[in-house]
Design a protein around this ligand. Sequence first.
Ligand code: SF4
Length: 281
Amino acid sequence: MKIFDFQAEFDSGTFKKDAGLNESATAQANENFVYESKGCSRVRTTEMLTWNPITGCTKVSAGCENCPSEVMAKRYQTMGHKRYGNGFNLTMHDEAFRDRQDFEGRHISNSCSPSDWFNENVPYEFLDKIMDSINSYSDLRYQIITKRAERMAEYFATRPIPKNAWLGVAIENQDVKGRIDVLREINAPVRLLSLVPLLEDLGNLDLNGIDWVIVGGESGNKARPMNPQWVMNIQKQCAEQKIPFFFEQWGAWGEDGIKRSTKLNGKKLNGKIYQEMPYWY
Ligand code: SF4
């Protein structure tokens, strides 16, 4: 697997930040660039298309405390959005299998952001429909990120994994590092870690069998700060083990420990943008 490094590509002039094109748009313009995202943790890596056959969720660990999907669901419910009549209550949407034609031929897509597909209350039969659909769009890549690693492993133990599904687990603190071991046992085309929101130093990580690591801080009024040392610790381990490292954003608390807008805090770590990713074909 090759590593794609945005910063190096920009520096070398392979990609230009043309007027009106941000990094995400530039990435989308590159046909060889296969990328899509989100899951139960927010991964703002590109301007992503979304496909949401499930909305709503239930909280499972500390990373869920300020779940951005809950905030979004409640806002959409207030606005009368047809998909969010149930607010943040888990809801499966059969109509989602009929309205995906827009994605046809596109290289960018994403999986479920408003929910965790492996929530205990999502029947396997509904997951089967989702996987059938993913299989039928073989030119798209889907990132499926969960905090329910065991249920994902249990599900795929008896079913084939779509070749275009990248599977990941969300980890926010030391208590849930065991999710990595579960993911490692799943024979996915790409295994990724979403360390978002990072809530404490994760210490040493066993990254054997892991293809991609994404790190980011929390956004929103109640966001918890992320210490730069925690991030550097992960970046260092990824560099040593040659695993693509993607620093998504600081979130509400900047690298300097000051709270301000997520946009102003940006995504530079020690003055550099880290946006490596697996280059997979
Ligand atoms: S598992 Fe993900 S979507 Fe579900 S409550 Fe937690 S953060 Fe939100």
